[in-house]
Design a protein around this ligand. Structure first.
Ligand code: NAP
Length: 317
């Protein structure tokens, strides 16, 4: 069993920022990265709203810089996933990954969120054969093809715009007649000649022969069904928190988001959470970075107070 001062579970912007701050506080944090370092931004094509990058940057570039930055201050990375955690006896907390077992004096949970699935016939069967949740990774394969994007939020439009670099046509299928996405993305999408919109429509089935060929759709008002030819189906209908491994260990809301207070404290003293695992509202790189920073500062205070045998409850007061 490996004993650690501070383990950070997850390596998105919240986790990497927590690692940077904890590293600078001499805590030598261990980051258990999850199945992809960087989390969701690792698969985000363009990042245009993170301060300090007036020309924009890409998700993978930002991840690399954040990772190096934290590493320069002593953060260590384990490329593994947490399978089990036990918080019931308090600190030290038990953490089991596929490769190892750990005890940690304090924990910061930044396991993030994952793309939601439509749950329709053909979706699972065609993942990697035309169905994708990541235009950054898969867009290249759709050069000269026709694709559909499902969703009406920022992700659908941003990734739809990215796909126009490769695909001939991008049809965005949205279940309402009004987009959820912000005005800037809306303006850019409406101005792009390759993009068209199919309103008040849901996708009910994905079909093909080895690779995606068609999608079945239904007009939500009339119930009318239609079949569209498509080589690719990119699905952007929101996210769910990656909190299954925390069930029964921490207080969560009805959607599985970890509840934290203003000091990023969870229901267990010594366990902090930051980023999309506890934030269903803002979900921005900038907000996750801020939350990761706050969690690391609180974890550092908690660990110092504990060393001095103070009560954890008084830490943030
Ligand atoms: P989102 O804002 O939750 O949008 C999800 C979209 O999918 C909505 O339009 C929703 O329709 C639709 N949808 C949900 N369930 C569906 C279903 N079963 N069938 C069909 N459509 C369905 O998710 P997101 O676009 O991933 O964005 C998540 C957060 O990240 C947001 O806060 C967003 O602002 C942020 N974000 C920001 C940027 C940026 O600023 N550049 C980029 C990406 C994401 P309804 O509209 O009818 O609910």
């Amino acid at each position: 069993m490996q004993r650690e001062n501070l383990i950070i579970i997850g390596s998105g912007p919240a986790g990497l920022t927590a690692a940077l701050y904890a590293g600078r506080a001499q805590l030598q944090p261990l980051v258990i990265t999850g199945n992809q370092i960087g989390g969701q931004i690792a698969i985000t094509s363009e990042v245009e709203n993170y301060p300090g990058f007036p020309e924009g940057t890409t998700g993978p570039e930002l991840v690399e810089m954040m990772q190096k930055h934290a590493e320069n201050f002593g953060a260590r990375y384990v490329y593994d996933e947490v399978q089990e955690i036990n918080l019931t006896n308090g600190s030290p907390f038990y953490v089991k990954t596929y490769g190892d077992e750990y005890e940690a004096d304090a924990l910061i949970i930044t396991a993030g969120a994952s793309p939601r699935r439509l749950g329709i016939p053909g979706e699972d069967a065609f993942i990697g054969r035309g169905v994708s949740y990541c235009a950054t990774s898969d867009g290249f394969f759709f050069r000269g093809k026709d694709v559909v994007v499902v969703g009406g939020g920022d992700s659908a439009l941003e990734e739809g715009l990215f796909l126009t670099k490769f695909a001939d046509t991008v049809r965005i299928i949205h279940r309402r007649d009004e987009l959820r996405a912000g005005p800037t993305l809306q303006r850019r999408a409406f101005a792009n000649e390759k993009i068209s919109f199919i309103w008040d429509t849901v996708v009910t089935e994905i079909e093909g022969n080895g690779l995606v060929q068609t999608v079945k759709t239904m007009d939500v008002n009339s119930g009318a069904e239609n079949v569209l030819t498509a080589d690719g189906v990119f699905i952007y209908i929101g996210h769910y928190p990656n909190s299954k491994f925390l069930e029964g260990q921490l207080v969560m809301d009805e959607h599985g988001y970890v509840i934290t207070d203003d000091f990023m404290r969870t229901s267990v003293s010594g366990v902090f959470a930051a980023g999309e695992i506890q934030d269903p509202y803002y979900r921005q790189i900038a907000t996750s970075v801020g939350q990761g920073c706050a969690a690391a500062m609180q974890a550092e205070k908690w660990l110092s107070a504990r060393e001095e045998e103070d009560q954890p409850a008084e830490v943030a007061a």
